[in-house]
Design a protein around this ligand. Structure first.
Ligand code: PLP
Length: 486
């Protein structure tokens, strides 16, 4: 530590820039996955607590030799995994600048500029999804936390005694409704909020995986008859497995009729709002009391960054989360209190995450994002049409965003019992994962195993999709050869 701070940054900056530039120049060739086992990786990082420090060169060498090659290569154009896209360079470097300032974006006095940048970013996101000028929000760690914050607002809206008295004292049996395709964070949030996982009614979906309104209405009536109070309806705008969008306008109307909170989980699908061509798919989102929107999904900012947006503004969040510790007393009465971001969410010390969203939005512009979203959806339709031409694949649902789900069902598999067909989907996914040539997960749709491709990298081109189709056919045939040898 004897070198000056500025010299240390210069040495590290130059070395790290070389690593990043070399790494990103090889993204198209890198295997997506490492063949190392958990035991081998555990061995690689085992060792006693360092007693004496080592040089940055040695540390960076460990990164290039041991860490980067065994990482999941999320930035590859052949990564088709969960909604985890390659980060924009401006976002990566914004993260560095965020760390160097190391603002505590909790209270205004600890991070005055961070508070204003965050406020501005939130206003832009609110405007993007069609909220009015009073709307506000808070950046969260991701979609899971954003859903938790929104459900806390929903719970308190149903019964304002709960935050202080707790659920038993308020004697409230509050129920939440969402499609069976909702993200697991909903169930976790209800547990954390004391409402219990059983307070979630998972509603069946139709053959295109949208929530069934008839089933939803029936479930709400049943609950009312049993003395429970419907508290919140959640609409999915980009479901995790299928990318589809629930009928948001209809859900909003049903919520209004039942005096329920309406939350739209647009963690992924919120990105559609950037595109003039596709934003109408989100019709009704502006009626939601709250919206989850993840900049670390379709906005390509590095992890982690989510947002809870609230239609009726800052007061709703302050009612749910504000508290004033002695050392941040409001008594000083300054205009800064309104910019104390800790008052609008659950975190105390907060990272200046708004910087990467602000820089990414300035760099891409709404139009730039709209173009990528449109290209991703067009590529997904292209993939779907390629699969439709092949008799070995059966597509599931429709392409509404950049997600395409299907099964590998050649003639030899079609007549097998369903459990065997399911195992074949998993086996094909595993083969391709282990090959390192591409990555995508499998999922379960209407109780059956399916393959799920999300085109999420801004580096993915049509030639990658052609390679993917060829890979699916090749590995599928090899898998069948292996089965017939058994
Ligand atoms: C619809 C939806 N909501 C919420 C989440 C949770 O987001 P995160 O992983 O950022 O916590 C996801 C994650 O994929 C999602 O797909």
């Amino acid at each position: 530590m004897s070198e000056s701070l500025s010299r240390q940054h210069q040495v590290l900056g130059e070395a790290v820039t070389r690593i990043i530039s070399d790494y990103t120049s090889r993204l198209d060739e890198l295997p997506l996955t490492s063949k190392a086992s958990p035991g081998e990786l555990a061995q690689l990082f085992a060792g006693p607590m360092p007693q004496l420090g080592i040089s940055v060169e040695e540390i960076l060498e460990r990164f290039t030799e041991d860490i980067a090659p065994h990482a999941m290569q999320i930035s590859s154009p052949r990564y088709y995994g969960q909604f985890n896209p390659a980060p924009l360079p401006i976002g990566v470097w914004a993260d560095v600048l965020c760390s160097v300032l190391n603002q505590n974006a909790g209270a205004w006095r600890n991070g005055p500029t961070s508070a204003h940048v965050e406020t501005q970013v939130l206003k832009w996101l609110c405007e993007l999804i069609g909220y009015g000028p009073d709307a506000f929000g808070i950046l969260a760690s991701g979609g899971s936390e954003a859903n938790l914050l929104a459900l806390k607002c929903a719970r308190d809206y149903a019964n304002q005694q709960i935050p202080v008295a707790g659920l038993p004292a308020a004697n409230a049996k509050l129920m939440v409704y969402a499609s069976e395709q909702c993200h697991f964070s909903v169930e976790k949030s209800l547990d954390i909020l004391g409402m219990g996982r059983n307070s979630l009614r998972k509603i069946e979906t139709d053959d295109r995986f949208h929530v069934r309104m008839d089933e939803l209405k029936r479930a709400m009536e049943r609950d009312r008859d049993e003395g429970c109070t419907p508290c919140c309806i959640i609409g999915l705008a980009g479901a995790t497995s299928t990318g589809v969008i629930d009928p948001l306008e209809e859900l909003a109307a049903l919520a209004r009729e039942n005096n329920c909170w309406f939350h739209a989980d647009a963690a992924y699908g919120g990105g559609l709002a950037f595109s003039d061509k596709h934003r109408s798919q989100l019709r009704g989102i502006e009626l939601a009391n709250s919206v989850t929107f993840d900049p670390h999904k379709w906005m390509f900012v590095p992890f982690v960054c989510g947002a809870t947006l609230v239609r009726d503004g800052a007061k709703v969040l302050r009612d749910a989360f504000d508290i004033t510790p002695e050392y941040l007393s409001e008594d000083r009465g300054g205009a800064d209190v309104a910019y104390d971001m800790f008052r609008y969410g659950q975190m105390g010390t907060r990272r200046f995450n708004a910087l990467k969203v602000w820089m990414a939005l300035k760099f891409m512009g709404k139009q730039g994002y709209g173009e990528v979203v449109e290209r991703h959806i067009a590529l997904t339709h292209y993939l779907a049409s390629r699969l439709d031409e092949l008799s070995d694949f059966e597509r599931l649902g429709e392409v509404e965003t950049a997600v395409c789900c299907f099964r590998y069902l050649p003639a030899a598999v079609r007549n097998l019992e369903v459990e065997r067909q399911d195992r074949i989907q998993q086996a094909l996914q595993q083969r391709i994962e282990h090959s390192g040539e591409a990555f995508f997960p499998s999922t379960v749709l209407h109780g059956r195993r399916a393959l799920r491709i999300n085109i999420n990298s801004f580096l993915t081109e049509q030639r990658h999709i052609d390679d993917l189709v060829e890979l699916l056919q090749r590995e599928g045939s090899r898998l069948l050869e292996g089965l017939s040898d058994d």
